[in-house]
Design a protein around this ligand. Structure first.
Ligand code: G3P
Ligand code: CA
Length: 228
Protein backbone atom coordinates (compact mmCIF):
# COMPACT_ATOMS: atom_id res chain seq x y z
CA UNK A 1 0.00 0.00 0.00
CA UNK A 2 1.26 3.48 -0.85
CA UNK A 3 1.42 5.76 2.15
CA UNK A 4 0.62 9.42 1.62
CA UNK A 5 3.37 11.70 2.95
CA UNK A 6 2.16 15.04 4.29
CA UNK A 7 4.83 17.64 5.07
CA UNK A 8 4.10 19.32 8.41
CA UNK A 9 4.46 23.11 7.98
CA UNK A 10 6.71 22.44 4.96
CA UNK A 11 10.23 21.26 5.60
CA UNK A 12 10.86 22.99 8.95
CA UNK A 13 14.27 21.46 9.65
CA UNK A 14 15.58 22.93 6.36
CA UNK A 15 13.70 26.22 5.88
CA UNK A 16 11.43 28.26 8.19
CA UNK A 17 8.06 26.62 8.84
CA UNK A 18 4.93 27.78 7.03
CA UNK A 19 6.79 29.73 4.33
CA UNK A 20 6.56 29.30 0.57
CA UNK A 21 10.24 28.27 0.38
CA UNK A 22 9.69 25.59 3.01
CA UNK A 23 6.64 24.23 1.17
CA UNK A 24 8.54 24.09 -2.14
CA UNK A 25 11.43 22.38 -0.38
CA UNK A 26 9.05 19.70 0.94
CA UNK A 27 7.59 19.15 -2.54
CA UNK A 28 11.15 18.77 -3.85
CA UNK A 29 11.85 16.22 -1.11
CA UNK A 30 8.88 14.11 -2.19
CA UNK A 31 5.85 15.21 -0.16
CA UNK A 32 2.45 14.20 -1.56
CA UNK A 33 0.69 16.90 0.42
CA UNK A 34 1.67 20.05 2.32
CA UNK A 35 0.23 20.87 5.74
CA UNK A 36 -0.16 24.54 6.69
CA UNK A 37 -1.90 26.59 9.38
CA UNK A 38 -4.39 29.33 8.60
CA UNK A 39 -5.29 32.50 10.49
CA UNK A 40 -6.85 35.88 9.70
CA UNK A 41 -4.95 39.18 9.80
CA UNK A 42 -6.46 42.35 11.32
CA UNK A 43 -7.56 43.42 7.84
CA UNK A 44 -9.30 40.12 7.16
CA UNK A 45 -6.66 38.45 4.97
CA UNK A 46 -5.91 34.73 5.15
CA UNK A 47 -2.37 34.26 6.41
CA UNK A 48 -0.28 31.15 6.99
CA UNK A 49 0.88 31.03 10.61
CA UNK A 50 0.86 28.39 13.29
CA UNK A 51 0.95 30.48 16.47
CA UNK A 52 -1.55 33.11 17.55
CA UNK A 53 1.35 35.58 17.86
CA UNK A 54 4.32 36.33 15.63
CA UNK A 55 6.78 36.15 18.54
CA UNK A 56 8.23 32.65 18.07
CA UNK A 57 8.68 32.57 14.30
CA UNK A 58 9.50 36.17 13.35
CA UNK A 59 11.52 39.15 14.56
CA UNK A 60 8.31 40.92 15.64
CA UNK A 61 5.88 40.75 18.52
CA UNK A 62 2.12 40.79 18.79
CA UNK A 63 -1.01 38.91 17.87
CA UNK A 64 -1.51 37.90 14.24
CA UNK A 65 -5.17 38.96 14.50
CA UNK A 66 -4.09 42.49 15.51
CA UNK A 67 -1.63 43.07 12.66
CA UNK A 68 -2.50 43.86 9.04
CA UNK A 69 -1.18 41.77 6.19
CA UNK A 70 1.24 44.58 5.35
CA UNK A 71 2.54 44.67 8.94
CA UNK A 72 2.84 40.88 9.05
CA UNK A 73 4.71 40.74 5.77
CA UNK A 74 7.20 43.38 6.90
CA UNK A 75 8.49 40.90 9.50
CA UNK A 76 11.41 38.53 8.96
CA UNK A 77 10.18 34.95 9.28
CA UNK A 78 13.77 33.65 9.16
CA UNK A 79 16.51 33.87 6.54
CA UNK A 80 14.67 36.63 4.67
CA UNK A 81 11.46 34.61 4.41
CA UNK A 82 8.09 36.25 5.09
CA UNK A 83 4.69 35.22 6.39
CA UNK A 84 2.77 34.22 3.26
CA UNK A 85 -0.78 35.12 2.48
CA UNK A 86 -2.80 32.05 1.57
CA UNK A 87 -3.14 33.36 -2.01
CA UNK A 88 0.65 33.41 -2.31
CA UNK A 89 0.73 29.74 -1.36
CA UNK A 90 -2.00 28.88 -3.86
CA UNK A 91 -0.12 30.74 -6.59
CA UNK A 92 3.34 29.49 -5.70
CA UNK A 93 2.88 25.90 -4.51
CA UNK A 94 1.21 23.42 -6.84
CA UNK A 95 0.76 20.55 -4.38
CA UNK A 96 -2.25 19.20 -2.50
CA UNK A 97 -2.75 21.30 0.63
CA UNK A 98 -3.91 20.18 4.06
CA UNK A 99 -5.24 23.44 5.45
CA UNK A 100 -5.56 23.50 9.23
CA UNK A 101 -7.95 26.16 10.46
CA UNK A 102 -6.25 27.64 13.53
CA UNK A 103 -8.62 30.60 13.84
CA UNK A 104 -12.29 29.56 13.38
CA UNK A 105 -13.08 32.89 11.71
CA UNK A 106 -10.80 31.89 8.80
CA UNK A 107 -13.17 29.15 7.58
CA UNK A 108 -15.71 31.45 5.89
CA UNK A 109 -13.11 33.60 4.07
CA UNK A 110 -11.36 30.42 2.89
CA UNK A 111 -14.58 29.16 1.30
CA UNK A 112 -15.19 32.61 -0.18
CA UNK A 113 -11.72 32.77 -1.71
CA UNK A 114 -11.95 29.29 -3.23
CA UNK A 115 -15.41 29.87 -4.69
CA UNK A 116 -13.79 31.43 -7.77
CA UNK A 117 -10.82 29.05 -7.81
CA UNK A 118 -12.26 25.58 -8.57
CA UNK A 119 -8.88 24.06 -9.46
CA UNK A 120 -7.47 25.14 -6.12
CA UNK A 121 -10.60 24.01 -4.28
CA UNK A 122 -10.02 20.54 -5.74
CA UNK A 123 -6.59 20.26 -4.09
CA UNK A 124 -7.58 21.45 -0.62
CA UNK A 125 -8.27 19.32 2.44
CA UNK A 126 -9.49 21.56 5.27
CA UNK A 127 -9.16 20.31 8.84
CA UNK A 128 -9.35 21.40 12.46
CA UNK A 129 -9.03 20.17 16.05
CA UNK A 130 -12.37 21.75 16.96
CA UNK A 131 -15.34 19.49 16.06
CA UNK A 132 -17.65 22.52 15.75
CA UNK A 133 -15.35 23.99 13.11
CA UNK A 134 -15.16 20.61 11.36
CA UNK A 135 -18.97 20.64 11.16
CA UNK A 136 -18.77 24.07 9.52
CA UNK A 137 -16.05 22.87 7.13
CA UNK A 138 -18.19 19.91 6.04
CA UNK A 139 -20.98 22.38 5.27
CA UNK A 140 -18.72 24.90 3.49
CA UNK A 141 -16.70 22.29 1.55
CA UNK A 142 -19.15 19.50 0.67
CA UNK A 143 -16.84 17.96 -1.95
CA UNK A 144 -13.52 18.30 -0.11
CA UNK A 145 -11.95 15.71 2.20
CA UNK A 146 -12.49 17.41 5.55
CA UNK A 147 -10.43 16.16 8.48
CA UNK A 148 -10.82 16.04 12.26
CA UNK A 149 -7.49 16.42 14.06
CA UNK A 150 -6.87 15.08 17.57
CA UNK A 151 -3.71 14.93 19.64
CA UNK A 152 -4.31 11.21 20.15
CA UNK A 153 -6.53 8.48 18.79
CA UNK A 154 -9.73 7.50 20.61
CA UNK A 155 -13.02 5.80 19.83
CA UNK A 156 -14.79 9.00 20.96
CA UNK A 157 -12.93 11.19 18.46
CA UNK A 158 -13.46 8.65 15.70
CA UNK A 159 -17.19 8.42 16.43
CA UNK A 160 -17.33 12.21 16.39
CA UNK A 161 -15.60 12.35 13.00
CA UNK A 162 -18.09 9.84 11.56
CA UNK A 163 -21.02 11.74 13.02
CA UNK A 164 -19.72 15.03 11.59
CA UNK A 165 -19.35 13.58 8.11
CA UNK A 166 -15.57 14.04 8.01
CA UNK A 167 -13.55 12.16 5.39
CA UNK A 168 -10.26 11.93 7.26
CA UNK A 169 -9.02 11.59 10.79
CA UNK A 170 -5.61 13.00 11.68
CA UNK A 171 -4.74 11.49 15.03
CA UNK A 172 -1.58 11.61 17.12
CA UNK A 173 0.15 8.42 18.23
CA UNK A 174 -1.21 8.17 21.77
CA UNK A 175 -4.17 5.81 21.85
CA UNK A 176 -3.90 4.99 18.15
CA UNK A 177 -3.85 1.27 17.48
CA UNK A 178 -4.58 -1.07 14.61
CA UNK A 179 -8.18 -1.69 15.69
CA UNK A 180 -8.91 2.05 15.67
CA UNK A 181 -7.34 2.43 12.21
CA UNK A 182 -9.40 -0.50 10.89
CA UNK A 183 -12.58 0.88 12.41
CA UNK A 184 -11.98 4.26 10.75
CA UNK A 185 -11.31 2.63 7.40
CA UNK A 186 -14.42 0.45 7.74
CA UNK A 187 -16.37 3.72 8.01
CA UNK A 188 -14.70 4.91 4.81
CA UNK A 189 -12.44 7.40 6.58
CA UNK A 190 -8.82 7.92 5.67
CA UNK A 191 -6.54 7.53 8.70
CA UNK A 192 -3.44 9.66 9.04
CA UNK A 193 -1.10 9.60 12.04
CA UNK A 194 1.23 12.39 13.20
CA UNK A 195 4.15 12.82 13.45
CA UNK A 196 6.32 10.25 11.66
CA UNK A 197 9.86 11.62 11.76
CA UNK A 198 12.12 8.55 11.85
CA UNK A 199 12.44 5.23 9.98
CA UNK A 200 11.34 3.46 13.17
CA UNK A 201 8.18 5.53 13.37
CA UNK A 202 7.55 4.83 9.70
CA UNK A 203 7.61 1.10 10.44
CA UNK A 204 5.25 1.59 13.36
CA UNK A 205 2.86 3.54 11.09
CA UNK A 206 2.99 0.80 8.48
CA UNK A 207 2.25 -1.81 11.13
CA UNK A 208 -0.85 0.16 12.13
CA UNK A 209 -2.11 0.08 8.54
CA UNK A 210 -2.58 3.85 8.26
CA UNK A 211 -3.29 5.50 4.91
CA UNK A 212 -0.79 8.28 5.45
CA UNK A 213 1.02 10.40 7.98
CA UNK A 214 2.36 13.86 8.67
CA UNK A 215 6.08 14.44 9.02
CA UNK A 216 8.59 17.16 9.82
CA UNK A 217 11.24 15.16 7.98
CA UNK A 218 10.00 14.52 4.47
CA UNK A 219 13.50 13.90 3.05
CA UNK A 220 14.31 11.26 5.68
CA UNK A 221 10.98 9.51 5.26
CA UNK A 222 10.94 9.67 1.45
CA UNK A 223 14.42 8.16 1.35
CA UNK A 224 13.29 5.36 3.65
CA UNK A 225 10.15 4.72 1.61
CA UNK A 226 12.29 4.49 -1.54
CA UNK A 227 14.58 1.99 0.19
CA UNK A 228 11.92 -0.44 1.48
O1 G3P B 1 -0.88 17.30 11.54
C1 G3P B 1 -1.45 17.74 12.73
C2 G3P B 1 -0.79 18.97 13.21
O2 G3P B 1 -0.75 19.93 12.20
C3 G3P B 1 -1.45 19.55 14.40
O3 G3P B 1 -0.55 20.13 15.26
O4 G3P B 1 0.33 22.03 16.43
O5 G3P B 1 1.43 21.31 14.39
O6 G3P B 1 -0.73 22.43 14.27
P1 G3P B 1 0.13 21.53 15.07
CA1 CA C 1 -1.02 22.26 11.95
Amino acid sequence: MTLSVCAHRGSPSVLPENTVGSFLQAVEEGADEIELDLRLSADGRLVVMHDATVDRTTDGTGAVAELTLRQLQALDAGGGAWIPSFEEVLDGVGARLQVEIKAPEAAGPLAELLRDRPDDLARISPCCFDPDVVAELVRLFPDAPVGLIASGGSAESLDRAVELGASRVLFGWAGTDRALVEKAQAHGLEFSVWLVNTPEQLRDAQALGVDGFTTDETAVIAAELARI
